[in-house]
Design a protein around this ligand. Sequence first.
Ligand code: NAD
Ligand code: UDP
Length: 324
Amino acid sequence: MAVAERKRVLITGAAGFLGSHLCDRFIKENFHVIGMDNLITGDLRNIEHLFKLENFEFYNHDVSKFVHVPGELHYILHFASPASPIDYLKIPIQTLKVGSLGTHNLLGLARAKNARMLIASTSEIYGDPTVNPQPEEYWGNVNTVGPRGVYDEAKRFQESITMAYHTFHGLETRIVRIFNTYGPRMRLNDGRVLPAFIGQALRGEPLTMFGDGSQTRSFCYVDDLIEGIYRLLFSDYAQPMNIGNPDEITIKEFGEEIIKLTGTNQELISLPLPTDDPKQRRPDITKARAILGWEPKVSRAEGLKITYNYFKSLPEHEIKHKDF
Ligand code: NAD
Ligand code: UDP
């Protein structure tokens, strides 16, 4: 395809876990990809293989500050935001800003460029849900002033302002509510349960289960998620849509699966449950099935094997040194 014919997409959070996989997907589909990231939780190594390509550009920029991108833009995917509880507890103000000011800046850019904008929302907007599974119609149960509120409320505001631009300015927008996703390029020390357990198994440490492990999550493999997001972007559906894997498991059972997978001789130990930790989480994906014809294809057993192999292949000092 001639260079001028390529559609141009801006992906924020490009050096992060999901952003880097999105960059790969759009490159594969022959888009011109403009990645943007301030590297606060990201890592350039996730996208270094793209730097040699003529249809990839990278801007090191904080999207909470005014965003300028020269030339045409057809699509904007806003994925910049700390995403793991220990990250957003460490940088709460930046988390609030990137979800609010950052989203506002990018909506303004989308309007100026007449681009379609997709935002990365989250199952966290449902808070500690009182219904399970969670359909998109559920309004949620969030503690605004609790420690997780900085993330949850930023994302709730992000949805509201995005819908307002859609309604009042006629901007083309898409809202994906992402449920716990895992795969290669997660950070071993990001505190999320899967890298935590695998890292501990690789270092020969006990696996730190918070509480009694009866809380549930539903883990989606990254390739499935990216496919769902890609389909949503090109659908004509502007309401929020859940994308996740409904295969729900308790954290205790999940820990036991990791022990089996890694062959570690360590056991699960119980540590205090963090404040407001949701007790149950499982996506209702009726809408994604009906509207996008999408459902996850990768089983947890397959996805965990690929992810374990990725973590095992990291340099020894990264695995051993927890603060890497
Ligand atoms: P990540 O931390 O790996 O990636 C986020 C990226 O955003 C990082 O590279 C970081 O440096 C960048 N960033 C943060 N603030 C920025 C700013 N102000 N300006 C520019 N760049 C900034 O996290 P992830 O798991 O890839 O999550 C990506 C997005 O998906 C986030 O918006 C997150 O809320 C959402 N999400 C992820 C999950 C999941 O399971 N991974 C679930 C729900 C929602
Ligand atoms: N968790 C755990 N041990 C850890 C890290 C997390 O038991 O070392 C628990 C955590 O309390 C939560 C679940 O695993 O109930 C998922 O946590 P994660 O941080 O991965 O994601 P989130 O809470 O945002 O779904």
